[in-house]
Design a protein around this ligand. Sequence first.
Ligand code: HEC
Length: 320
Amino acid sequence: MRKLLPALLVAGVVMSPALGRAQEPAAPAGQIVGDAPGEAPDATRGTEQAVAEGHGGEAGGEHATPHYPLKKPAELSWTFAGPFGHWDLGQLQRGLKVYKEVCSNCHSMNLVSFRNFSALGYSDEQVRALAAEYQITDPAPNAQGEMFQRAGIPSDRLPSPYPNPEAAAAALGGAHPPDLSLIAKARSVERGFPRFLLDIFPWSQYAEGGPDYIHALLTGYEQAPANVTIQPGTYYNPHFISGPALAMAPPLSDGQVTYDDGAPATMEQYSRDVSAFLMWTAEPHLVERKATGFVVMIFLIGFAIMLYLVKRRVWADTPH
Ligand code: HEC
């Protein structure tokens, strides 16, 4: 066992770049075209990444395949991070406001019901009023067999503004906006060896890749560099996980949403709030899960100590 462990670690170091490349996301929304062979794509990449992967210009005049996202998301500090994390309800309410006023013009959240928002501190009347602002196609037809629209009720899910994904894609540059209910858990950027191992330790417990990614994406739009051609109708964003550009136009700008609690009305603040909100929709019981986990760990540690003492007692009279 003692010899096996270093051997496994060495194998991990050798294998990790190869594994990283094998998992590269497919179907970029645009294409990178270089001026000089082997050099151009790296000019657009974060230096950290180019060094980490160690294949600056690949032999044979071929372009090195760019590794998306071109830039890794910044690690922000979230109230729900770590073993004692908690939700900031004010932040989640602001995030809901940003979702409602901006994102819901394109994105659905069809795993979240209006009544779930009572967990964010809203009263039943407020939830009913919020639901009634939406027009919902009733799941069952009327007596004439026609589908009909009605005002939302608390048990309805947050609807899509488009009748189907194809209609959304046709209206929005060929890509349909994904449902946002679970997006914070569905997107986390690869951390590479050895960070993904360090992330599991209790003092780091990094599990905020999703909100970090969403925040980076929303604030990360840039002018496309001269050596990058992107498809018409897409917007250059080096934080996008599967290509240099995506079909979502920059959705946020300063002053767009009015907050009533005095939080700054800036793009930075909006994107933090909406990312935290999307983490809540993706894992509403995160805080309870962590609290339970903590009690379980205390119990297991106590139980281990007790077992050890019992073992000593039981074997006390047995000569070695
Ligand atoms: C004008 C319509 C529109 C608005 C408004 C909009 N989006 Fe999007 N969004 C899109 C489209 C279209 C895509 C798909 C992009 C693609 O795959 O190229 C998308 C994709 C995304 C993705 C997935 C990116 C990925 O990694 O695949 C996230 C996350 C996202 N949007 C979040 C938001 C948030 C948060 C807001 C509100 C602040 C918002 N969007 C507002 C149209 C919109």
